[in-house]
Design a protein around this ligand. Sequence first.
Ligand code: AMP
Length: 172
Amino acid sequence: MEAIARRIRDVPDFPKPGVVFKDITPLLLDASAFRRAVELMTAPFQGSRVTRVVSIESRGFLLGAPVALALRAGLVPIRKPGKLPAERGRVEYALEYGTDALEMHRDALGSGDRVLIVDDVLATGGTAEAAAKLVRAHSGEVVGFTFLIELDFLKGRERLRGERVEALLHYA
Ligand code: AMP
């Protein structure tokens, strides 16, 4: 775990003043630490009969794809509006100022699909909560969430109350 934590780079004031951005690119450069991180993110859900891994744009894709392969599950991207080409479902969610939206292909999930939601960072939980709403609106069953990093002080986990939430690294 130490080897993984050492490869997360803090970038202060990115993308705006006051935010400490958790940069995962040094981890991606280290093949063995990257592999280990994916194994550890996957392990809690190995017995959960996951059929689809839903990953959230954009760094979620980098982790969601290897997690899906490890679970022998299909991979579904959730994207910002206007990026997906085929028929889409959409969910809007509140930001600090204004709203944002996420989209998913309508044919990506069906009833009986057991879904694991993957992203790099759990911060306030708004994005993850919206992703779960989108999955459920498409008849998917949310088995749980797995994150590389949880920013505990932002209490995102409270927004996901009642869900199974796993995170490898915690920052207080
Ligand atoms: P939230 O909806 O507040 O939980 O924010 C989660 C989304 O924003 C994830 O997709 C993260 O990639 C990104 N994010 C939020 N805070 C950070 C941070 N400090 N460093 C890197 N990514 C972040």
